[in-house]
Design a protein around this ligand. Structure first.
Ligand code: KG4
Ligand code: ZN
Length: 356
């Protein structure tokens, strides 16, 4: 079976071709066009610009994905060889989502192939299945630019079921990294820049808050932490530098301290969730899953406290937005796929309250 995955939820235009034989995944192509350099000039994503670039890139990216898949499988893979078309329905920016959804609808109509709507957040977690046989129930932690969610995933005859057990009450963790980087004049996106600077910093140098860490629930809050960084930069004016010169050392300390505050809360709530729901597996997903300290510390803490829980973290190439995750998530919905009325099918920017 061949699944075409399409992802256009935000500022990446992506297509992937995935072959599945007896439950085994064989990735034939994975093409991504990122707009990050364009948005970096504005210090964040400009939705209107994102949608225009999605429109421009979607057909070239689809063609490249099919071409690469043909050469990799030494077989001509044309649009007609595709058995299913999986597409991100939401959440995301409505005008970006619409580009992928309308393209997928058109392909589905012309080729008479079924459409599978995929939730972007579930896909960030399910990409872990590409090289692994995962046992459920699983606790998943989604850490991206728009979301911070703890979810319980169970498996039944009708497919995977998701229950959101906790989420951020304000900013997402990736958003906090981006906003702190903006405060510090470091550029966009903030996550990779801050995590690099943090490598040589002292994470204990600045005493930053760990919001909601004591609360007996699975929710998060990151906006107060970002404000605490803002106050610190006002106190130590030399940290806020454009050229990271003399104050480099303090800047690194601040990045390391901020990063550690985020990690402490994420780990504490994850351990609480594992204790409560006793899953067989833990899955990490989303752009912030690229953070090396988060990966390492999560792995260590879960291993010590819950050695029987199997830990799955995506390869770095699958942490950010991509279409492989959409194709994999699509595969898990094939058996329970309710017949989609292609004409009525729409992008939905707010579907995060149900990951199914
Ligand atoms: O999942 P993603 O690619 O897009 C969304 O669906 O939001 O996540 C993007 C987010 C950005 O906020 C970016 O700063 C963050 O992931 N990010 C990181 C790292 N690499 C990317 N955050 C922390 N450390 C990183 N190494
Ligand atoms: Zn994402």
């Amino acid at each position: 079976m061949i699944i075409l995955g399409i992802e256009t939820s935000c500022d990446e235009t992506a297509a992937a071709v995935l072959k599945v034989e007896r439950g085994k995944f064989n990735l034939l192509s994975n093409i991504i066009s990122s707009q990050v350099k364009t948005h970096a000039k504005y210090g964040g994503i400009v939705p209107e610009v994102a949608a225009r670039m999605q429109m421009k890139m979607i057909m070239p990216i689809l063609n490249q994905a099919l071409k690469l898949a043909s050469s990799k499988s030494q077989n001509t893979i044309s649009k007609n060889s595709i058995d299913y078309i999986a597409v991100t329905q939401g959440p995301g920016l409505i005008t970006s989502l619409m580009v992928g959804v309308e393209t997928a609808k058109t392909l589905s109509y012309i080729l008479n192939k079924p459409l599978i709507p995929v939730n972007h957040l579930a896909a960030h977690l399910l990409v872990n299945c590409i090289n692994n046989k995962i046992k459920f129930p699983a606790v998943g932690l989604i850490v991206s630019g728009g979301h911070t969610i703890l979810v319980l995933i169970t498996s039944s005859k009708n497919g995977l079921k998701y229950k959101i057990i906790g989420e951020t009450q304000d900013d997402a963790v990736g958003e906090a990294f981006d906003k702190v980087a903006k405060i510090l004049n470091l550029g966009y996106p903030g996550g990779p820049i801050i995590s690099k600077l943090a490598i040589n910093g002292d994470k204990n140098k600045f005493n930053l808050p760990r919001p909601m860490i004591q609360q007996q629930n699975f929710n998060f809050s990151f906006s107060g932490l970002k404000t605490a960084v803002l106050y610190l930069t006002q106190k130590y004016k030399n940290i806020k530098t454009k050229k990271h010169s003399k104050s480099d050392y303090e800047l690194r300390n601040l990045c390391a301290s901020f990063q550690q505050a985020c990690i402490d809360v994420l780990i504490s709530k994850t351990l609480r969730a594992i204790k409560e729901f006793k899953p067989k597996s833990f899955l990490l997903g989303g752009g912030v899953a690229a953070n090396p300290e988060l990966r390492q510390q999560l792995q260590k803490k879960i291993n010590i406290k819950f050695p029987k829980v199997k830990i799955f973290m995506p390869e770095l190439k699958f942490t950010g937005d991509n279409a492989v995750m959409v194709a994999v998530a699509g595969y898990f919905k094939i058996n329970n796929n309710k017949k989609i009325n292609t004409k009525k099918f729409k992008a939905d920017p707010n579907i995060n309250n149900s990951l199914s």
